[in-house]
Design a binder for this molecule. Structure first.
Ligand code: NDP
Length: 477
């Protein structure tokens, strides 16, 4: 059911949600909201937002804290549900739900830290007070790859700064969306402050982003959909924030700790079955360490245990859907046709349960101008690009239309420092994976990876609030 204007309602149709680890496992059927329901909930959200903004700070804080604590306490149960519908190994599913809880507890505290600025006017005897106010009704459109965490890092700051939320989650992961909504709906919030409108992106999602009844849109997903949303938003001057794909590179220098480099590459490339916007899909490797690195990388990829997300020992689950699997296999063919050497994996696997399984694939002898190194694949596939030195490595890392994350593995402080300052990405890591970020600091990218203000930490206030400048003349005493 959807949460429409504060009530749980059946939709105009339903979709099936099946476990990608075991297609015989039907998780449930989920309601698709109608356009009338969307309109009704948008009207109620406007009213509820005013009430919520007028709540005392501690009352808002208590709501966010309660959501966060419940998510953390139920990480095992909700993480199991998440892994069952999305396909990531159970430890990753549980970790995601726990992290989602931390977003809420972090922003609970931020409710009390909304401190403005003040200044003297350039005119005599006048003071200036600058403070932030809520932006209004926020549309949140989230993807399936981190169904709970990505939604939470948008919902928590939206509520913290006094906004109403209309959430359209990905249709691929409705169970996690319902579970989170059920927790939020039970809190001390005005009726209709938070809405869940499940439905397809092209129908209900498109209608939502075109609506003049919303004040801001926060989106995570693909570049083409992001471009369409931005074009719709500008018609109403709706504020937008978008996180999209990337083609993140991990540079491995000749002085790198070899085992560390291989561990970072394997985790970064195949964690979450490669379905992460921060995945290490290009491994830019110094020629002096190349052969030793590749040998261990390929051995590591071959040794990875692919299996049912909920089974003990599984290191990599299935990909999320039949469509994603078909696209991944097409990229394997494309890579080979471009002249890349497939050293291992990249094949569909038949396991005990019927699911969307494939083996982790490593391409060798690739060039940065190949399509497999230009386009986001969102697959358990990674490419090795051999380079002659640090300067070439940096230029290959930066030669991309995207710019979300990048990393370097080196023992040289000089190279690490130069890389940190010259990599053209929103996030840069040193001797750490390209994936995996904190919640109290900004997250976002450059180029085609992001558009609009950064997410997370205090940076989120930039998007979820609007600034008001007040001039005060107290008059003579
Ligand atoms: P999409 O961009 O299609 O989907 C992301 C979200 O946007 C979903 O909730 C989707 O709804 C919704 N949506 C789709 N079309 C519209 C629209 N016209 N108006 C409003 N909302 C819309 O990504 P996919 O899930 O289809 O994945 C495709 C590719 O996108 C991946 O292979 C990957 O390359 C990239 N991607 C990147 C992510 C990242 O973290 N940066 C996350 C997910 C995908 P619904 O799916 O329910 O139709």
């Amino acid at each position: 059911m959807n949460l429409i204007a504060g009530d749980w309602l059946a939709g105009e149709s339903e979709i099936e949600n099946r476990n990608p680890s075991d297609l015989s496992d039907l998780i449930g059927v989920y309601a698709q909201a109608s356009r009338d329901q969307l309109e009704a909930t948008l009207d109620q959200a406007r009213q509820a937002q005013r009430e919520w903004a007028a709540y005392g700070l501690e009352r808002k804080q208590a709501v966010l804290m309660s959501i966060g604590n419940e998510l953390m306490a139920r990480a095992e149960e909700l993480g199991t549900l998440l892994s069952r519908e999305e396909g990531k190994p159970l430890a990753e599913g549980k970790g995601e739900v726990y992290r989602a809880g931390q977003f809420f507890t972090y922003y609970a505290a931020e409710c009390l830290r909304q401190i403005g600025e003040n200044a003297d006017s350039v005119r005599p005897d006048i003071e200036v007070d600058v403070r932030r106010e809520p932006i209004g009704v926020v549309a949140i459109i989230s993807p399936w790859n981190f169904p709970t965490a990505t939604a939470s890092w948008k919902i928590a700051p939206a509520l913290c700064y006094g906004n109403a939320v209309v959430w359209k989650p990905a249709n691929m992961t409705p169970a996690s969306a319902c579970a989170l909504t059920e927790i939020i709906a039970r809190q001390d919030i005005p009726k209709g402050l938070f809405s869940l409108v499940m439905g397809s992106g092209s129908n209900i999602g498109q209608r939502l982003v075109e609506s003049p009844k919303i004040d801001a849109i926060s989106f995570t997903g693909s570049v083409p959909v992001g471009k369409g949303i931005a074009a719709s938003a500008i018609q109403n001057f709706t504020k937008v924030q978008m996180e999209m794909g990337s083609k993140n590179a991990l540079a491995v220098m000749e002085d790198a700790d070899l085992d560390l480099a291989v561990t970072l590459a394997l985790g970064g490339a195949f964690g979450g079955t490669g379905q992460k916007c921060t995945a290490s899909s290009r491994l830019v490797v110094h020629e002096a360490i190349h052969d030793a690195f590749v040998e261990k990388l390929v051995a590591g990829a071959k040794a990875m245990k692919v299996g049912h997300a909920l089974e003990e020992g599984t290191q990599m689950g299935p990909v999320v859907s039949a469509q994603q699997l078909a696209e991944n296999l097409a990229y394997v063919e494309l890579g080979e046709s471009e002249g890349a050497e497939l050293a291992c994996g990249g094949e569909r696997l038949a396991l005990a349960h019927e699911g969307y399984y494939m083996s982790p694939g490593v391409f060798l002898n690739t060039r940065n101008d190949m399509r497999i190194n230009r386009e986001e694949m969102f697959a358990p596939l990674t490419s090795v690009i051999k380079v002659a030195g640090y300067d070439e490595a940096l230029s290959v890392v930066n030669d991309t239309a995207f710019g979300l994350t990048s990393g370097i593995v080196t023992k040289s402080l000089a190279k690490a420092t130069h890389f940190r300052r010259n990599a053209r990405t929103g996030v840069v890591t040193v001797n750490l994976p390209t994936a995996g970020t904190d919640y109290h600091v900004p997250f976002g990218g450059r180029g085609d990876s992001s558009y609009g203000p950064r997410e997370q930490g205090k940076a989120a206030a930039e998007f979820y609030t609007t600034v008001k400048t007040a001039y005060i003349s107290a008059g003579p005493v």
